[in-house]
Design a protein around this ligand. Structure first.
Ligand SMILES: [Zn+2]
Length: 88
C-alpha cells in the first residue's frame, strides 16, 4: 500500500504540518461530485484556520499507521479527559 504525505504551512500561525492520505490528489473542484462543495482543505492543528500554503505530496511506501504513529510512544489521550470547548 502507498501513503501520500501532504505538506502544509499555515498562513495564520506559520505552523508546518503534514496530513497523511491514501489519495495522492487533494480534492479540487474538478474531482468532487457535482453539487458537492469543494473541500476547503485541512484545519490548522495549531490555530484552527484554513489558510495555508500546500506543497507537492510525497509518495511513501507502506501503510499510514507505519508513519502515524509508527514507532512513536503515545504521550497523551482524551479518552478519560476530553477537551472541552471554552466557548460553551
Ligand atoms: Zn495555524
Amino acid at each position: 500500500m502507498t501513503t501520500f504525505q501532504h505538506g502544509f504551512k499555515c498562513l495564520e500561525c506559520n505552523l508546518h504540518f503534514h496530513v497523511y492520505s491514501w489519495n495522492e490528489v487533494w480534492p479540487t473542484d474538478d474531482d468532487v461530485d457535482e453539487g458537492q462543495p469543494r473541500d476547503p482543505g485541512p484545519f490548522c492543528p495549531g490555530c484552527g484556520k484554513q489558510t495555508y500554503l500546500q506543497f507537492e505530496p510525497i509518495k511513501l511506501d507502506g501503510e499510514i499507521f507505519e508513519y502515524v504513529p509508527g514507532g512513536a510512544k503515545m504521550i497523551g489521550h482524551t479518552f478519560q479527559n476530553p477537551v472541552t470547548n471554552p466557548l460553551l
